[in-house]
Design a protein around this ligand. Structure first.
Ligand code: ADP
Length: 454
């Protein structure tokens, strides 16, 4: 995903907002200013006209009107037929009856109008009043148009805009930095991130980071414990192997003891090999975690076949322990890795035989539950698991009875492997056990996609 700098983005937006605001303000100001200006102009023109009209009625000669025609004002006197009696700027003029301000003044006593001026960039404001003798007095004044005011003011406006824009760039950078600073501070204090959240919007992020930290810490703890456990588990057989070998080496072992010592060395070495194999299996399973079924080379496997082959493999072991194994296998197809499923079933059955008593029974069942879920179940009537230990037996190296586990060749990792395989297959594990009565472990698999009820 393309990443943007948040600081840059916020700065740009602030700057954009500032610029738009500035331009709009300038335009609005100009329009308002022009409106006020032209209103003022109308008002003063009206007053002037009224004053001149009052004086005008007292004049004997129309030419005397020129006394009132100041440089910017143009005075015109028109008779009721529109003929110009006097004009302060032109000597000859056409009939004025068609002019709107004159028509209005003749009709209602006063009139005004606004037209383009002869001077570029100017317009003329006309105000006309009807005098007592029926003629009309009109006063005109030129004033700059909105456009010319704008053009005139442009350099100043532009300069002002540039100044304000520069100011807004500086300000937006400063404000953005101020906005981002608490986020940087939060990142610098990851350990107590939840106490340093500057904005409520960041709380979910802080929570997620916090949970992630706890998870990592836990994982680290588990990993360290696991390493310590492995070292310890390996040290015990190595110490005894080394001890027996030393006795033989020093000639301290009687010849008749040597075969017995060799057997012990062999047993301890086998235990180590089993342990290392289990550790390798676990780390392999760990590396497969979170992978998609397609990456795991899953195929359609029949749990019934898994159960059958597992019971065949364990027959000798079971006979040795005087335990009978029976299989009640209905076809149950799941998406899985056949060798992992074999391991899963084997570990469960191994335990069912090992934590049993002579004459005990082990039953492997496969099929579908009432709700259509494929399952594999291993049930024994062995020694069972105490209630308080039931939650822990899937942990690595957890054993209820350490000496019994070791005497039967256990590594303490069998059920951890089972748990991992179940996880990889997104299968659910269910444990039911009663000390003295036996144990039943059920693995419920997700149904095949095609069998999913619609
Ligand atoms: P181990 O190699 O010790 O058997 P596991 O991980 O396979 O390690 O099992 C952990 C512990 O759970 C065992 O040590 C045993 O105490 C208990 N356990 C497992 N399966 C059974 C069972 N079927 N009946 C009774 N106890 C069991």
């Amino acid at each position: 995903m393309k990443r943007h700098s948040m600081e840059r983005k916020i700065s740009l937006r602030l700057f954009f907002m500032g610029s738009v605001g500035l331009i709009l303000t300038a335009i609005v100001c100009l329009i308002v200013f022009y409106r006020v200006f032209s209103l003022q102009l109308w008002r003063s023109l009206e007053q002037t006209t009224q004053q001149i009209a009052v004086s005008c009625s007292k004049l004997e000669n129309k030419e005397q009107l020129s006394d009132f025609a100041l440089s910017s004002l143009r005075l015109t006197l028109i008779d009721p037929q529109g003929e110009v009696l006097y004009d302060s700027q032109t000597a000859v003029a056409e009939n004025h009856l068609s002019r709107p301000e004159i028509q209005a003044a003749l009709a209602s006593g006063e009139g005004k109008s606004q037209r383009h001026s002869a001077t570029v960039g100017y317009q003329t404001y006309y105000y006309a009043v009807r005098l007592d003798d029926g003629s009309v007095l009109r006063v005109a004044q030129d004033a700059a148009t909105l456009r010319s005011i704008f053009v005139g003011a442009l350099p100043a406006v532009l300069l002002g805009c540039i100044f304000i824009l520069v100011l807004s760039i500086v300000l937006s950078c400063f404000l953005t930095r101020d906005l981002i600073k608490p986020i940087h501070r939060m990142v610098d204090h990851l350990d107590d991130i939840r106490d340093k959240v500057p904005y409520t919007e960041l709380e979910p992020l802080a929570d997620a980071i916090h949970s992630d930290q706890i998870l990592r810490a836990n994982n680290e703890k588990i990993r360290r414990e696991f390493t310590a456990n492995i070292s310890h588990e390996l040290k015990t057989p190595l110490t005894s192997i080394s001890g027996y070998a030393e006795l033989i080496e020093a000639g301290l072992a009687k010849p008749e003891d040597v075969p017995g010592f060799a057997t012990r060395i062999h047993t301890e070495a086998s235990r180590m090999i089993a342990l290392v194999n289990d550790i390798l299996a676990l780390s392999h399973l760990d590396s497969l975690r979170d992978k998609e079924p397609s990456e795991l080379e899953f195929t359609e496997c029949d749990l019934a076949q898994v159960a059958q082959s597992c019971s065949a493999r364990l027959r000798v072991n079971a006979q040795r322990a005087f335990v009978s194994v029976s299989v009640d296998a209905a076809p149950a197809i799941v998406l899985g890795n056949r060798s992992m499923l074999d391991d899963l079933c084997q570990n469960l059955c191994d335990n069912a035989i090992r934590y049993n008593r002579p004459g005990g029974k082990v039953r492997i069942t496969t099929g579908h539950t009432a709700s259509g879920t494929p399952f594999l179940q291993v049930q024994d009537d062995g020694i069972g698991i105490p209630q308080d230990a039931q939650a822990r037996i899937f942990e690595r190296f957890y054993r209820v009875d350490k000496s019994r586990s070791k005497a039967t060749g256990g590594t303490g990792l069998g059920l951890a492997i089972v748990k991992h395989i179940a996880l990889n297959h997104k299968a659910q594990l269910e444990l039911k056990s009663q000390p003295g009565n036996g144990t039943c472990i059920t693995v419920a698999f997700p149904p095949l996609p095609s069998e999913n009820p619609k």
